[in-house]
Design a protein around this ligand. Structure first.
Ligand SMILES: [Zn+2]
Length: 118
């Protein structure tokens, strides 16, 4: 992997990491015990009616899959940043070949090349 390219991807990964963390912070709290685990705020029922409380629960239920998806992406990005540090960024986990640059530009956290199944 070309050093300039890896640097560029590292910047992109760090930018995405910040965006994801910001999104998560909007409705979830970082779990202090587990690294890269987030917990969606459970409604604290300050609604004045049962209907409002039901809305809060519904919102919570709707946010859970969002939280999981953001969390999964964030942990992939953290792993990719670790690979940058180890000098292994951009190498396919399965076959060890360099992953094509356009693929990394689309999915900077990609672990495998487009010839290997995920
Ligand atoms: Zn491969």
């Amino acid at each position: 992997m070309e050093k300039n390219f890896v640097e560029k991807m590292k910047e992109q990964l760090e930018k995405e990491k910040k965006v994801l963390e910001k999104e998560l912070q909007g409705f979830a709290e970082k779990n202090k015990q587990a690294k890269s685990d987030w917990d969606t705020h459970f409604p604290n029922f300050h609604g004045s009616s049962l209907e409002e409380e039901a809305d809060e629960v519904e919102e919570y239920v709707n946010l859970l899959p969002v939280e999981r998806a953001l969390e999964a992406r964030l942990s992939e990005i953290n792993l990719a940043l670790e690979r940058v540090q180890q000098g292994k960024y951009g190498l396919c986990e399965k076959c060890g070949q360099a992953i094509a640059a356009p693929r990394l530009e689309t999915i900077p956290e990609a672990r495998t090349c487009d010839k290997c199944p995920n």
